[in-house]
Design a protein around this ligand. Structure first.
Ligand code: NAP
Length: 214
């Protein structure tokens, strides 16, 4: 792994990790990160494009460097946002617990960690590696698309709280009606993606001919 550590500043007491594939990053992700930052008084949001997640075959996750670079382009104008390479540079399967342990070691126990991700991941979290430790070390924020079946999610959150004393929140984000899979499909079908992704990301996708063959 390259040893570049994102500087978070000595005043940073709350750090949120925005975990996802970001294939590609879109305005739904950016609005989500900003909404969580505001709601939970987060000092810094670290976007964390996934490396090789355990539940997906490697060939499904295209364009690792492209995903990273698009995430940098999309976040560059927000001083509260940064992008980390630690998962894409780590060899082997990417487990979130390894990332969280690493960040705890680097930034220390005084920095409270949050992990933002899609609500579906909350349902699956007990199948992740070392879930009890993970739920102890960080606060989770599961974000939902409009019309998501919230009842099941709220029951899951309550179950996790009772069994593990965990801190899991959910946040409904209307702009998450945008999805990466829809953007990929639109590109393939030569339909517009303007106003769904930042212009820099749109230009990047067109320049490198991404998503034409999927
Ligand atoms: P994914 O395949 O990229 O996304 C699944 C769904 O959730 C998609 O609908 C996606 O929408 C949405 N989503 C994902 N991340 C989001 C975010 N940060 N904000 C808003 N919506 C988001 O992601 P995934 O495979 O579920 O993984 C999510 C995170 O969980 C990653 O950081 C991954 O490394 C971690 N994870 C860890 C383990 C483990 O440690 N064992 C196992 C599974 C997942 P879009 O497609 O529009 O993004």
């Amino acid at each position: 792994m390259r040893d570049f550590i994102t500087p978070i500043g000595t005043d940073c007491k709350k750090l949120a990790i925005m975990g996802g594939t970001f294939n590609p990053i879109h305005y739904g992700h950016l609005v989500t990160a900003e909404a969580v930052r505001y709601q939970f008084h987060i000092n810094k949001v670290l976007f964390m494009p996934t490396g090789h997640p355990p539940h997906k075959p490697f060939f499904d996750i295209s364009h690792t460097e492209h995903r990273y670079l698009m995430t940098v382009l999309a976040t560059v104008t927000n001083p509260y946002f940064d992008v980390s390479r630690i998962e894409i540079d780590r060899e082997g399967i990417t487990y979130t617990i390894d990332t969280i342990r690493y960040l705890k070691k680097i930034y220390g126990n005084d920095v409270e960690l949050f992990f933002i991700t899609g609500a579906d991941a909350i349902h699956e979290i007990l199948n992740w590696k070392d879930p009890e430790e993970l739920l102890r070390l960080c606060t989770f924020v599961g974000v939902t698309r409009p019309e998501y079946h919230k009842k099941d999610l709220l029951m899951k959150i309550e179950e996790l709280r009772q069994q593990y004393g965990s801190k899991v929140h959910f946040l409904e984000v209307p702009s998450l009606a945008i999805s990466s899979s829809d953007i990929r499909k639109r590109v393939k079908e030569n339909r517009p993606i303007k106003y769904l992704v930042p212009e820099s990301v749109e230009n990047y996708i067109l320049k490198f001919g991404l998503y034409k063959d999927i």
